[in-house]
Design a binder for this molecule. Sequence first.
Ligand SMILES: [Zn+2]
Length: 422
Amino acid sequence: MIDTEHLGVKIFEYIDALAELSEHPDHLTRCSLTREHKQANAMVEQWMQTAGMTTHTDAIGNIIGRYAGQTEASDESAKAPALLLGSHLDTVRNGGRFDGMLGVITPLVCIGALNAHGIRLPFAVEVVGFCDEEGVRFPSTLFGSRAIAGTLNSDTLDQCDENGISIANALRDFGLDPDNLKSAQRAVTDFLGFVEIHIEQGPVLETQNIPVGVVSAISGAARYQVSVTGQAGHAGTVPMSLRQDALTGAAECLLAIENVCSDHEGLVATVGEIKASPGATNVIPGHVEFSIDIRSSEDSIRQMAEREIANIFAQIAIDRKLDIQPVKTYEAGSVDCDKQLTRLLADSIESFGYPVQTMPSGAGHDAMALAELTRIAMLFVRCKGGISHHPDESITVQDAHAVADVLLRFLQRFDPAALTAG
Ligand SMILES: [Zn+2]
């Protein structure tokens, strides 16, 4: 029996130490491939070694620790497939300390507990701190996990940050060789699966009063840029009946989006940007541009809603004598979590007496990229007010403890031989 009493405190100690590594003196900003990111990797590497893992930094800047399984512990040359656990070590600007880091530190601390008790599992475990999930510094995102999955094109390394430094040059500054990118790629046979622990970034677990939940799927998403063209005119002289007001037309579009998406469970849409031209108090707006971000864990429901919205837009255009052009700028399908891994995680949650809350993830995660390589599953941890990407992001020590308990029990019950194909 493992004494888990201090795991929550230990997780907080590590999280707090990492939060000190910031590009900004007053708040937490740690973008990928920066000096602070390198310091974070070094810190995590030290902890991994203390926890009994062998470590290396791969060619894209992911820090990886390996805790050998029972059979290979005596023979370093034997490399059995490993269960991969982890998340990212980069943050948004002025971000929180748990988003990403909790998913690296929790498994690390759990492995440390196994090691302290001299326990080797019948399989190897690798813990990874991915180098980029937030996509803050460079236009690209998820390039740590995509490099491992083998889906990162080497052309991506030419992308530059706002100072004109390419990912390739940032890698050189980091002490890595961009020409070595391929070596970061791992084989399908390297892994038994990937489990990511992440703060929920939403209010569901808090509302249900549950510390930890399981993720059913990572939502797919589509983005649109919509342009609405009418006729600009004098605010005093054009009668209401003769107007082609692009902004009132856009307002009707926005309410239609809200309406359509309120009708379907798990479907969400947001208009986060809108711009009216010419943008003067005494001029009827002749042109409006707005964005749509629409997500669902079920692609068919999202696509149906997109068609419904397009039809309503067409009717609004006729009724109001406007030209409305929605252009799709991005689309990614949803990714299902593996049913067997998820069932095992749920069993572990239940064994502590918690109800099992299953929910889709509306946000993207490293697990999306890993799904191209291996089966994935995710645990969500309750966070205060559902707040993330903000300094107020927080969880409790008790919940950190709870998720560590759940992960440890999952690890001790996990049987690679029992996994069936699919
Ligand atoms: Zn994250």
